[in-house]
Design a protein around this ligand. Structure first.
Ligand code: HEC
Length: 702
C-alpha cells in the first residue's frame, strides 16, 4: 500500500497610573533586550559591537542550561541583570544574565487549565520585560505580570474566555507602558479578531481594537468601524470573520503609533465569507492606531479580499531610510504573500513592493494604487481542478522574525519557498472542509518546494544583496548586531554567524539539536552576550515540519539555553544521537478502509498538529512511528482518550469513540511498518548532521 497522504482539504490547522507618552528607559538601555524585537522598531538589532568580525573566532559558549522536552522556539528577553525565557507551555525562568544561574521559575499551569488542544498546540513565541516585571500571554488567554525578582504574579487578567476558539501564542509587547496582545484562531473558527492594550502597572484594559466589523444591527461608532463595514458584503456577520493579529506589533514613540499585523479571514473562500465582494478590511492588513487610545490612523491591505491564508501578521520593521536623497521613516514587512513592502510609517503611503520569493498569485503591486495586480484564475472558486499556489499558506515568510541593520541598511529575511495545491471546495463539502471553503494541499510535493533561505534584502533598491540556501524548510529567526554580524540557527543543529555585508560565514557552533528560535544579544557588566534556545516546537515542529524530515528534530533531543561570549569556555556534554527503531509488528495487516479512516481522524482530531503531517514527528511531540504505545490498545486509550500524559503536554481527546481510536492506532501501525523504507533515504541526512554550513554564500539569484 502506498503511503497514505492526508488530503487536508481543511487545513489551516496551519495552522497568539502610568504617564502616556513616557519614553521607556528600559528600551533606551543598549545592554537590554526587553521586547521580542528588542524595542518598538522590531529591528531585532543589537547596538552592541563588542563581538564583531575581527574577534568572532573567539566566540565561545559562556554558559548553558538544560531544558525539559517541550516547545523551545521562543525569543528570550533581558532586563536589569537578568535573562528570562519561556518554554513548553508558558514555563518562565529567570537567570543571572552573566552566569546562567537559575534564579526562579514560574509555570503558568497551561496544561492543567487548557480546555482544548488549540491551547496546547503552540508555545509562546516570547515574553516582555518592563519596569522590573515580566509579562506572559498564556495560550489559553491569560495575561500575567510577574515580579522579576521573585517570579510571583503581580496581576493577572483574561484576554478571552477559555471556551472561545481563540489561542494566544504571540509575544506580548510592552509599548508606552501598555501590554499589547492579540490572539489566533481565524483558521478554524469565525471569530472576530481584536488587539487589546492593558495598563502594564495594573492589568486594567485600556483599549481594544477590532480588526473585522461588528454586528450591523448596531450603529457604527467610529471611523474604523465605518471603513470596515463598507468593505464587507452580504450576510457575513457571525458566519465569517477572522482577522486575528496573532503575532506582530511595532511601535514608534515619536509618531505615537502602534502598528498591528492582521491575519487571514475565515473562511478563506472570499465568496462564502463576503458574498457580493468587497476588500474585507482589515484582513491581511497593517493597521496603525494611536498608542494612547487605540484609535484608527491608517491601514494598508497586502491582500485585498484575502483568500489564500494571506496574512500581514509578519513582523513590521520601523527604520529611517534615505529615499530620493531624503530621510524617511518607513515600515517594512515581508508578509506571507511573497512581496517585500516599504510604506511610510507616518501615513501608510505605499512606497514600493517587490517579490522576495516565488509568487504566482499576483504579477506585481501597482505603484500608483498600491494594489496587487492578480494573476488570472488565481481566485479558485471558478476553477475545476487543483492548481499550484506560490507561496502556499505557510508563506514565503512565517513568524520567525527578520532583522534589520541600520549599519548595512539591509533586512535579513528567513525565507520559505513552499508551494501548495489549491482549488474549490468539493461539492459535498461538510464540516471542516466547508469551514475553510477551499481544497488545500499544504503538503504538496512540488518541484522546487520545501526550501528555505536567509536573504539579505536592500529595501531601497528592492533587490537581494546576498542569499544563502539553508537545510530544511523552517528557517530560524534572525539577529543583526552592530558588530556587522547576522546570527541565525539551522534545523540541522548549528548556530551560524554571517558577515552582515557579504553573507560570508564568519562562525558556527554545533548544538545537539535544531536551532529555530530567534537569538538575542545583550550586555552585562560591560561584556556582550548572544543567547539562543535550541530545540523545535509549534507549527514547524508539528504539522509544518514535512520539509525537515531529513533532519533529526526528535522530541527527546536535548533542548537548551545557550549563551555565548568572547573567550567563553563552557562545553556541552558529549551526545550520541539515539537510534530510531519502530516497534516490531510482524503480524500487522493493513486494512485500507481503516487506514483511511484513521488518517482522517488523525487530522481532524488535531493529532497532526503536534505529531506531524503523515505522522512524521518534527519535535513538537514524539514521532509516533517509534512509539511502543501504538501496539497496546489499552495504553493507547489511556494516553489518547483518558489523557494520562496531559501534565506532560499531551491533551486528552475524550470525545473520540473507541472505534475511531482504534482506526487511528491502525493508521499509526501502518506508518511504523512503512517507516524503514521511507527512512533509509532520509536517515543519511540524520546520521551525519555535520552537513556544514557553506563557507560562501550563493549568488544573489532569486
Ligand atoms: C498539543 C499537542 C498534541 C496533540 C494535539 C496530540 N498530542 Fe499526543 N503527545 C503530545 C506530547 C507532547 C506527547 C509526549 C508526552 C510525554 O512527554 O510523555 C504526546 C504523546 C503521545 C503518545 C505517547 C507516545 C509515546 O511516547 O509512547 C501517543 C500515543 C499520542 N501522543 C497520540 C496522540 C493522538 C492519537 C493524538 C490525536 C488524538 C494526539 N496524540 C494529539 C502532544 C500532542
Amino acid at each position: 500500500m502506498q503511503i497514505v497522504r492526508i488530503l487536508l482539504q481543511a487545513t489551516a490547522l496551519a495552522i497568539t497610573g502610568f504617564n502616556a507618552g513616557h519614553v521607556n528607559a528600559n528600551e533606551t538601555d543598549q545592554g537590554n533586550w526587553p521586547n521580542f524585537g528588542r524595542d518598538g522598531s522590531e529591528q531585532h538589532y543589537s547596538p552592541l559591537g563588542e563581538i564583531n568580525l575581527a574577534n568572532i573566532g573567539k566566540l565561545g559558549l559562556a554558559w548553558h542550561y538544560d531544558l525539559e522536552p517541550g516547545f523551545s522556539v521562543s525569543s528570550p528577553v533581558k532586563g536589569g541583570n537578568k535573562l528570562f525565557t519561556t518554554t513548553g507551555h508558558s514555563h518562565i525562568r529567570a537567570f543571572e544574565a552573566a552566569t546562567g544561574r537559575m534564579l526562579w521559575e514560574f509555570d503558568a499551569r497551561v496544561r492543567e487549565i487548557a480546555q482544548s488542544p488549540l491551547h496546547m498546540s503552540w508555545g509562546n513565541k516570547g515574553i516582555a520585560w518592563w519596569n522590573d516585571r515580566v509579562f506572559i500571554a498564556t495560550t489559553d488567554g491569560r495575561i500575567i505580570a510577574l515580579d522579576d525578582k521573585t517570579g510571583k504574579p503581580i496581576w493577572e487578567t483574561r484576554q478571552f474566555d477559555l471556551s472561545e476558539v481563540r489561542n494566544s501564542n504571540g509575544a506580548p509587547r510592552v509599548f508606552d507602558g501598555k501590554v499589547i496582545i492579540g490572539h489566533g484562531g481565524a483558521d478554524i473558527s469565525p471569530i472576530r479578531g481584536y488587539v487589546t492594550a492593558y495598563d502594564a502597572m495594573t492589568g486594567k484594559q485600556l483599549w481594544r481594537f477590532y480588526t473585522v466589523p461588528g454586528d450591523p444591527a448596531q450603529a457604527a461608532t467610529n471611523k474604523a468601524e465605518r471603513l470596515m463595514r463598507a468593505s464587507w458584503k452580504g450576510d457575513w456577520y457571525g458566519k465569517g470573520g477572522g482577522g486575528t493579529a496573532w503575532n506582530a506589533f511595532s511601535y514608534d514613540a515619536q509618531l505615537g503609533l502602534i502598528y498591528l499585523g492582521v491575519g487571514n479571514g475565515f473562511p478563506y473562500n472570499h465568496q462564502l465569507r463576503s458574498p457580493g465582494g468587497g476588500d474585507n478590511l482589515f484582513l491581511a492588513s497593517i493597521v496603525a492606531v494611536k498608542a494612547d487610545t487605540g484609535e484608527y490612523v491608517w491601514h494598508y491591505q497586502v491582500c485585498p479580499a484575502e483568500q489564500w491564508d494571506c496574512t500581514a501578521s509578519q513582523d513590521m520593521t520601523i527604520a529611517t531610510l534615505t529615499l530620493d536623497g531624503k530621510p524617511r521613516k518607513v515600515l517594512m514587512q515581508a508578509p506571507k504573500n511573497g512581496f517585500f513592502y516599504v510604506l511610510d510609517a507616518a501615513t501608510g503611503e505605499f512606497i514600493s513592493a517587490e517579490k522576495f520569493a516565488k509568487v504566482t498569485w499576483a504579477e506585481k503591486i501597482d505603484g500608483e494604487t498600491g494594489r496587487p495586480v492578480e494573476n488570472p484564475g488565481i481566485r479558485y472558486q471558478d476553477r475545476t481542478e487543483l492548481f499550484e499556489l506560490w507561496p502556499g499558506p505557510q508563506g514565503a515568510h512565517s513568524w520567525l522574525p527578520q532583522a534589520y541593520s541600520p549599519r548595512t541598511g539591509l533586512v535579513y529575511i528567513p525565507v520559505l519557498e513552499i508551494g501548495a495545491l489549491i482549488g474549490p471546495p468539493p461539492a459535498n463539502a461538510t464540516g471542516f472542509t466547508a469551514g475553510m471553503g477551499v481544497t488545500l494541499l499544504i503538503d504538496a510535493d512540488l518541484p522546487g518546494s520545501r526550501r528555505s533561505f536567509l536573504k539579505a534584502w536592500d529595501p531601497v533598491t528592492q533587490k537581494p544583496a546576498w542569499n544563502i540556501e539553508l537545510p530544511g524548510d523552517w528557517p530560524g529567526g534572525v539577529l543583526a548586531t552592530a558588530g556587522d554580524l547576522v546570527f541565525q540557527g539551522r534545523i540541522d543543529g548549528y548556530l551560524v554567524a554571517y558577515n552582515a555585508k557579504t553573507g560570508e560565514q564568519a562562525w558556527s557552533f554545533k548544538t545537539a539539536g535544531p536551532v529555530v528560535a530567534p537569538p538575542i544579544s545583550y550586555s552585562e557588566n560591560g561584556r556582550q552576550y548572544v543567547t539562543v534556545l535550541t530545540g523545535n516546537g509549534s507549527q514547524g515542529g508539528g504539522i509544518l515540519a514535512t520539509g525537515n524530515a531529513a533532519y533529526r528534530t526528535d522530541y527527546a533531543l536535548p533542548r537548551r539555553v545557550l549563551t555565548f561570549a568572547i573567550d567563553g569556555t563552557d562545553k556541552l556534554p558529549a551526545f550520541a544521537l539515539p537510534a530510531l527503531v519502530p516497534p516490531a509488528d510482524p503480524d500487522f495487516k493493513a486494512d485500507e478502509n481503516r487506514v483511511m479512516a484513521g488518517a482522517l481522524a488523525f487530522a481532524t482530531n488535531a493529532c497532526i498538529v503536534c505529531h506531524g503531517m503523515n505522522a512524521i514527528g518534527g519535535g513538537s511531540a514524539p514521532d509516533l512511528r517509534y512509539s511502543p504505545t501504538i501496539l497496546q490498545a489499552g495504553d493507547f486509550k489511556a494516553v489518547v482518550k483518558d489523557g494520562i500524559l496531559k501534565s506532560r503536554g499531551m491533551p486528552a481527546a475524550p470525545t473520540v469513540s473507541d472505534e475511531v481510536l482504534e482506526d487511528i492506532r491502525h493508521y499509526l501501525r501502518l506508518r511504523a511498518v512503512q517507516e524503514p523504507a521511507e527512512a533509509s533515504a532520509l536517515k543519511q541526512g540524520a546520521a551525519a548532521p555535520s552537513n556544514r554550513p557553506s563557507a560562501r554564500p550563493t549568488s544573489t539569484a532569486m
